[in-house]
Every structure is written in C-alpha cells, then in structure tokens.
Design a protein around this ligand. Structure first.
Ligand SMILES: Nc1nc2c(ncn2[C@@H]2O[C@H](COP(=O)(O)OP(=O)(O)OP(=O)(O)O)[C@@H](O)[C@H]2O)c(=O)[nH]1
Length: 464
C-alpha cells in the first residue's frame, strides 16, 4: 500500500514555486556572472521574459520593463498574482496561442502583434518576439523573448491609413483628374479618371513618364509649365485642348524639406461643356439670332477697327446699306414666319456674294449693312449691282412657294487717307439708299465725288 500522495493541485503549486526559485537563482546567477546583461534587460524599453508554455503563459521571469508595458510590477506576474494570458485582449488570445504553438512546432522564433489590457484600463498594442529553449532530449524547457509597446506606432499607422483613405477618396473624385509626378514628369500616383483620360491602366501608368503618354504638343506645353512651376515654386493654371476635349489644369508645386520643388501635383477638370457654352454665348452676343449675321454692335466694333486700319494704310473703304423692297407687304400677305424665311435667305445670299473680308450685319428689321475694306466706289457699286441682280433674279423659296423680291442699295466711299466715323460713312450710304427708294426701288444709288456730303461730314470728324 502506498502512502497517500500529494494531489495534483498541490503538485502544481509546488512545481511553480520550484520554477520560480530556479528562475530567481538563475537571475541571481546571471547577475553574478554577467551583471551588465541583467541591467541591460531592465533598462530596455520593453519586457524581457521567460515563461512556461501553458495556457496562462506563467511567467518565471520578467524584466522591470513589465511595469511600463502592463502597469503591473514584475513580481505580480512572476508570483502569478496577475496572469499574463488574462492581460491579452480576449479577441487576440487564441491567435497568439496558435501562432506560438505553430512556431514552437517548427522550432523557430515567432513574432506577434496583439493587444493587451493595461492596468490603467487602456488597451495597448504589444509586439512580441520569442523562441523556445529545448533540452538535449528535445524537451521544451521554457519560452523566452521580448515584448514591447508599439501603441504609438500603431496609432501612427492608423493615422496614416486614415490619411491615405482620405487622399484616395479625394483622388477618386469621379469628374476630375489628379496626379502626382516627380520633377522629371514620372508618375508617382494618379486617380482612375487620369487613367481613363489617358486610356491606360492605372498601375501601368505609375512609374512611367507623363510626357510619353501625351501628344507631342500637349507634352511640350506641359513641360514648359512644369519648368515654370519648378523655377517659381508657385502654382500655375492653364487651359488646353486634349483630343476633342478642353481641360482646365492647375499645376501645384510640392516642396521637399529643403524647400525645393521635388514633386508636382496636376489637377485637371474637363471644361468642354463650359467651353461650348462660352462659345455659344459669345456667338449669341455678336450675332443676330434670326439670320446668323453679325449683330449691329459687333458690326460697329469690327467696322471701327477696319476704318482705323484703312486710315493707317491710306486705303479706301466703302459701305453698303441694303434694304428689301416692300417687305411689309410680304409679311402682310404671307405672314411673319414667311417674312422670317425671306430674311434668312436674303442674308445668306448677301453673304455668299460678298468677300470673306467684308463685314456684313443685319442692321435692323429688313435692313442690312456691309463694310467693304480696301474697296473704292467703283468696285463697291459693281458689288452692289451684283447683289441687286442676284436677289432680283433668284426667287426666294418659302413654305408658300417661291417669292420674287428686290432690294435697294445705297453705296458710299471713304477715300483712302480720310478719317471718319463708321456712323458718318453709314449715314452717307443710308442717304443714298433713301435716294434709291425714292427713285423707284430695285436699284442702287452711289455717293459720287460731286456729292460734298461725305467730305463735309468727314471734315466735321477731323481730329478724331
Ligand atoms: N418677318 C419679319 N419682319 C420684320 C422683321 N423685322 C422687321 N420686319 C418688318 O419689316 C417691315 C418693314 O417695313 P417698311 O419699313 O415699311 O419697309 P418696306 O415695306 O420694306 O418698304 P420699303 O423699304 O419702303 O420698300 C415691317 O413690316 C416690319 O414689321 C423680322 O425680324 N421678321
């Protein structure tokens, strides 16, 4: 009969006490042998440990860094007052166990990141590197390693991730293209819109030269702007046509610690629709909506420039005032819409029969004005006669069938070297138009050198 043996709990307690004692002895031994090593471990910004491969990670030895890492003094862990596995965040416990066991099975070191519950109630991030120690018979004796607080690093990592997510969200605005390149034009980052516009895969673009992706002229212009930004360290805004679209670009400098422009950010917005609208508005501002000819305001502005040039070059300029005969009766008989069709047809006929350099406008109602640069009275009267003939010979096609029409034209010339206002020249032509109407219509009437009207009016304008 055997004497009653100690129960298993008693054995475990004794065993733990024995191990702690051994550990203390080892530490003392270690200090005696190599006092610097122990001091080094204690001064390390982290916790060196030796523990058992059990569910509690029972600590046989921890360095003084334990206090900073866990908030508990080393004795608390070494006397199992605090169980290390309880400090590991519940969500990380099994992962830690599995990773350690896997590494031990392969007899290699392990590195794990996990959360621990600090004594102050906060959750800290820990990084652990450990390894096993085996007896000559291959029996695992103990685990030892090092655990350090990486909370600051984790916070920075998270902040960086958040920052990157924000940047990515900004970069991936659906409408605008954004890219970052180095000072040689090599792409560092770009959003999906850039890739779509360049018709390339985003990943393929990174590392390639932006200039190589663009048509020669666009690349040359961008290169010029890039050099300007690098030299001035100031952003530049410019517009450019690329393929069939218009873009508004802003090129921003990105400076390094030495305040040199080391990278450039290009932000591009597709403004094609805006450009089209601008063009339409510009067109509307200068043209007559019914006939598409210049409106009166634009005519005056262009005519003033033309007259100024004529004075400088001492060349003659002529003006025609053109009016449809009995237009009121067309409206009265056929209605306003047919009247509009007639106006449109006459306008395009006049345009077709004048030179490209002549300035033609709808002056008002059924009246048109034309300024003929570098044209003397004789040529102008020939032109006017040709116009009259053309309208008289060509019935206007309308929804109510063809209509025969005539026009009357007054012609005036400003002789080369004279200086006058557009209004003066037109007034003279208008008087001649009145004369043509009075004389029976379907005819032209020209200012003749015997008329002193223009001379007199021009004289009044002297000194302009
Ligand atoms: N359909 C149409 N008619 C217009 C427009 N602007 C002016 N008119 C008409 O043009 C006519 C001009 O009439 P009048 O000034 O009497 O001249 P006219 O009938 O051509 O007679 P004469 O010039 O003396 O040969 C008027 O009935 C105006 O209403 C327009 O944009 N469309």
């Amino acid at each position: 009969m055997h004497p009653p043996g100690p129960d298993s709990e008693q054995l475990r307690v004794e065993n733990a006490a024995l191990r702690r004692r051994i550990s203390q002895l080892e530490r003392a031994q270690c200090r005696a042998r190599c006092p610097d090593t122990a001091a080094l471990l204690d001064n390390f910004p982290g916790m060196a440990y030796r523990c058992q491969n059990d569910n509690n990670w029972t600590m046989d030895y921890v360095s003084t860094g334990c206090l900073a890492l866990t908030g508990y003094p080393p004795e608390a862990l070494m006397r199992s007052r605090v169980i290390y596995s309880d400090l590991i965040h519940p969500e990380d416990r099994s992962r830690v166990w599995d990773q350690v066991q896997l590494a031990l099975g392969e007899q290699r070191t392990f590195e794990i990141e996990y959360r621990i519950n600090h004594a102050d109630g906060e959750i800290r991030w820990a990084w652990e590197r450990g390894w096993g120690l085996w007896s000559d018979h291959g029996e695992l004796l103990t685990l030892e390693g090092f655990i350090t607080d990486i909370s600051a690093y984790k916070r920075a990592e998270q902040a960086l991730r958040d920052h990157q997510a924000t940047l990515r969200a900004l970069l991936d605005t659906p409408e605008d293209s954004m890219l970052l390149m180095d000072a040689t034009g090599k792409l560092i980052a770009c959003n999906d819109m850039t890739a779509r516009q360049l018709r390339r895969d985003r990943q393929q673009l990174i590392g390639s030269s932006l200039f190589a992706q663009l048509p020669t002229e666009v690349a040359a212009n961008l290169h010029r702007q890039l050099k300007k930004v690098i030299a001035s360290a100031e952003p530049i805004r410019f517009q450019e046509q690329y393929r069939d679209r218009w873009f508004d670009h802003t090129l921003y400098p990105v400076c390094n610690a030495h305040r040199q422009v080391s990278q450039l950010a290009l932000y591009s917005r597709d403004i094609t629709e805006q450009k089209q609208l601008e063009r339409t508005l510009e067109q509307l501002a200068i043209s007559d909506p019914l006939t598409g000819l210049f409106n009166r305001r634009q005519f005056w502005s262009l005519a003033e420039q033309s007259l100024a040039q004529a004075v400088r070059k001492r060349t003659p300029t002529s003006a025609l005032m053109i009016d449809i005969d009995h237009f009121k009766s067309i409206n009265d008989r056929h209605g306003h819409l047919i009247g509009d069709q007639v106006l449109q047809t006459i306008a395009s006929e006049l345009k077709l029969n004048l030179r490209h350099s002549d300035i033609l406008c709808r002056y008002g109602g059924e009246e048109f004005a034309a300024l003929l640069p570098e044209t003397d009275l004789s040529t102008a009267s020939e032109t006017a006669e040709r116009l009259r003939q053309c309208i008289a010979d060509t019935p206007v096609e309308t929804d109510q069938g063809p209509l025969s029409l005539t026009i009357s034209i007054g012609v005036a010339e400003l002789v080369g070297g004279f200086r006058t206002r557009v209004s003066t020249l037109l007034e003279c032509a208008d008087r001649k138009l009145y004369a043509a109407k009075q004389a029976g219509r379907d005819r032209i009437a020209c200012w003749t050198p015997s008329d002193d009207e223009l001379q007199r009016l021009a004289g009044n304008d002297r000194g302009l």
